[in-house]
Design a protein around this ligand. Structure first.
Ligand SMILES: *Cc1c(COP(=O)(O)O)cnc(C)c1O
Length: 373
């Protein structure tokens, strides 16, 4: 699917993102300071990609412009009815200085799926790739070098039409911003602890669980607060219908490693977000000789599996952290520790393989890398 599927005068012509350079970019010294310890999501580059869609004109006013605040009418639909979607992917600098991203076509396709669910217009692969490519080229100096650093890219779409009636907006904006990201585990890979949410669910059948939308995150924050109160880093949600099956964390998918080397991830039921890291691990783990299955996993299977030794490792995955070992599961019923408290062997092996492909240290046998600079 391409941007040319949108209606309006732009139909037929591939969209470009001409660059208007910032007249006041961050100084070289300040940028170096930021890149030395960027953390996550705290600093932003000099530019942003932007495009406007209207029902009558389709996509237009595309470009890369100086980064800065938006002017939004207080009646903009997104501020009231949360008509919003987003994506997340990274640009990785390879040892030879080139800059690559990982499976961006999958992010583009997912953004269009999310758009359809949230009654927003599709962007299409061509426009999505053009926006991220021109932005990363304009802000190439912001792509950090070394370790597990990257430039995190955040495409998103919001309903900007000033109208309080409840219907799909007739005017929206698609934008991409970029934020340098440090290594997720600067002190070495460390297992996270997980709080099992039993008071709140994340998504229900027919809802928006499989769309990457801000509303899902808004609904998960109170459970995340509960997790913090119980000394945990992340929340695990169960299915809303039976409160029995493990779905995912607030922003990461889950994997279980068994004592025979087989690995399992909860199957996509319509309520789980289809992570690109999750999909990639299915292929990489098979390459590494593991049997991989997608099926329902109950919370009892998790508990009993760890107790009996059948489940030897649990890990979470997503673009931000790649792969994170799960060390503890905490709930009102008590606490369950996994393994020795250190990251598991299979978890680390798959993690290394994934990062080796992303950083150009291993052969890209699946054709997942896409060069940006
Ligand atoms: C983005 C996201 C993930 C991970 O997806 P990736 O494509 O691997 O980054 C998992 N769960 C939720 C709810 C998400 O929003």
């Amino acid at each position: 699917m391409t941007a040319t599927t949108s209606s309006g005068p732009t139909a037929g012509a591939p969209l470009t993102f001409p660059v208007t350079s910032s007249a006041a970019p961050v100084s070289e010294e300040r940028r170096a300071e930021i890149l030395a310890a960027p953390g996550f999501g705290r600093f932003f580059t000099d530019h942003m990609a932007t495009a406007t869609w209207t029902r009558d004109a389709g996509w237009h006013d595309t470009g890369v412009v100086p980064y800065g605040p938006l002017q939004l009418d207080p009646a903009a639909a997104v501020l009231h009815y949360a008509q919003e979607i987003f994506e997340g992917l990274k640009a990785y600098r390879h040892a030879d200085g080139s800059v690559w991203t990982f499976r961006p076509e999958a992010n583009a396709a997912r953004m269009d799926r999310s758009a359809r669910r949230l009654a927003l217009p599709e962007v299409g692969e061509q426009m999505f790739l053009e926006a991220i490519t021109q932005l990363v080229r304009a802000d190439e100096a912001w792509v950090p070098t070394g370790g597990e650093t990257s430039l995190y890219l955040r495409p998103f779409m919001v309903a900007t039409e000033a109208f309080l009636g409840v219907r799909a907006a007739h005017e929206v904006k698609f934008m991409v911003i970029a934020s340098p990201a440090g290594a997720y585990f600067p002190g070495g890979v460390k297992p996270v602890s997980i709080w099992l949410s039993q008071n709140y669910t994340r998504a229900s059948l027919g809802g928006t669980g499989s769309a990457k939308c801000g509303g899902n995150y808004a609904a998960s924050l109170v459970a995340q607060e509960e997790a913090y109160e119980h000394g945990c880093d992340q929340v695990c949600f169960l299915d809303a219908a039976e409160n029995t099956y493990v779905e995912e964390l607030g922003g990461m998918n889950l994997y279980f490693v068994h004592d025979d080397g087989s690995i399992v991830t909860p199957e996509l039921t319509g309520t789980i977000l289809e992570g690109i890291t999750r999909s990639s691990i299915i292929d990489l783990a098979k390459d590494l000789g593991h049997e991989v299955s997608e099926r329902r996993v109950s919370i009892d299977e998790w508990r009993q599996g760890v107790a009996s030794g059948r489940i030897t490792e649990v890990f979470a995955c997503g673009t931000a952290a790649a792969i994170t070992p799960v060390g503890r599961l905490v709930s009102v019923d008590g606490e369950l520790s996994h393994g020795t408290g250190a990251a598991g062997e299979v978890t680390l092996k798959i993690r290394e393989k994934l990062l080796d492909v992303q950083y150009g240290r291993a052969e890209d046998t699946h054709g997942w890398l896409h060069r940006l600079v």
